[in-house]
Design a binder for this molecule. Structure first.
Ligand SMILES: Nc1ncnc2c1ncn2[C@@H]1O[C@H](COP(=O)(O)OP(=O)(O)OP(=O)(O)O)[C@@H](O)[C@H]1O
Length: 318
């Protein structure tokens, strides 16, 4: 066991920001905290790192209670690194100097090699001797990531780490960073609102709503157990459909169905729709249709003419 978070509640002033969050992070494990803007993701990371004092609850590292800023001279724990949304990098030094400032400085050749390795991990080799102030937002974010990795922390806390990084680079960089963390057995908690990142790169997902646990489990568990509009909202255009469409039973309940779970039926069904729009998505089209006055989305290989009437069926493979 490694990190144990037991938050009963936390507030900056009267309003409760976080409530009843209890979870563990094992060595090398990766947890994504998924939630909408303002739900308390950054606050959670700042509490764990020790920038904020937790009065109602406690955080343990290998069963040792962490003291928090009120009881330690320097905020933050030495075995943890936080890459915050405002990057902690020095503008008037070069990229290499920034990384070097976090290394041992005992052996120049070893440090040099390590700097090159870190720059390679974030694809910034070409910017080694450039002043940080002359970098773009995304490049600064990559330097901040490399800097956090410099000392091989036991736990890395990442607050929206890829938010400024362009789509060309994002997926490749995510694959590199997360496999680097696994290789070095570095535990990681990532705050994100990007469900693709959470699904692809985490062992566990903690979904937050208003600072409370909405769902927690493996990516597969989360995706398969989405049951409300809020939960589905993270995974693109989901449909909230009457349960009666799915089963023969008559019930007033609603169920979440993703666009790829719907397809055109050659037989008549009670799910009759009128086509409104076809959006090209590269590998397929996302079709917008009307079902009894409600909007429904489903995927299809080809576009479909506006106004056509079709019947849909729900497939079982989630
Ligand atoms: N220093 C502060 N003092 C008072 N309230 C704060 C402070 N920092 C954050 N809050 C409030 O706490 C709530 C949670 O903020 P937090 O930054 O943790 O959310 P978040 O999920 O990280 O959001 P985002 O994704 O937009 O960064 C918000 O309502 C915010 O206004």
């Amino acid at each position: 066991m490694m990190l144990r978070v037991e938050i009963d509640s936390y507030s900056y002033s009267e309003k409760t920001i976080l409530e009843n969050l209890h979870f563990k992070l094992q060595a090398g494990e990766h947890l994504s905290v998924l939630g909408e803007s303002g739900c308390g993701k950054s606050t959670l990371l700042h509490l764990i790192y020790g920038l904020l004092q937790l009065e109602k609850g406690a955080i343990f590292y290998n069963e040792k209670k962490l003291l928090g800023p009120a009881n330690s001279l320097i905020p933050g724990e030495p075995f943890m690194k936080l890459v915050a949304q405002e990057f902690n990098i020095m503008p008037f030094t070069t990229v290499a100097e920034n990384l070097g400032s976090h290394l041992s400085r005992l052996d120049e050749a070893t440090d040099e090699k390590r700097i090159d390795q870190l720059l390679e991990a974030v694809e910034m080799e070409d910017f080694k001797n450039v002043l940080v102030k002359n970098l773009s937002g995304g490049q600064k974010q990559r330097v901040a990531l490399a800097k956090a990795l410099a000392n091989e922390p036991k736990i890395l806390l990442l607050d929206e780490p890829f938010s400024n990084i362009d789509v060309f680079r994002k997926n490749k960089l995510q694959r590199k960073i997360y496999s680097y963390l696994k290789e070095k057995n570095i535990g990681c908690i990532t705050a994100t609102h990007d469900s693709n990142e959470a699904l692809a790169f985490s062992d566990q997902i903690l979904m937050l709503k208003n600072g409370r646990e909405e769902m927690m489990g493996t990516p597969e568990y989360i995706y398969k157990n989405v049951a409300t509009e809020y939960q589905a909202g993270f995974f693109g255009e989901a449909n909230l459909l009457p349960q009666s469409l799915e089963s023969k039973e008559v019930s007033g309940g609603k169920t979440i169905v993703f666009p790829h779970q719907l397809s055109i039926s050659t037989e008549k069904t009670n799910f009759e729709i009128i086509i409104k729009n076809s959006f090209f998505k590269g590998s397929h089209y996302l079709i917008e249709a009307d079902f009894n006055g409600e909007t429904v989305f489903f995927t299809n290989l080809l576009p479909i003419k506006k106004g056509e009437v079709h019947c849909l069926k729900i497939s079982d493979n989630a």
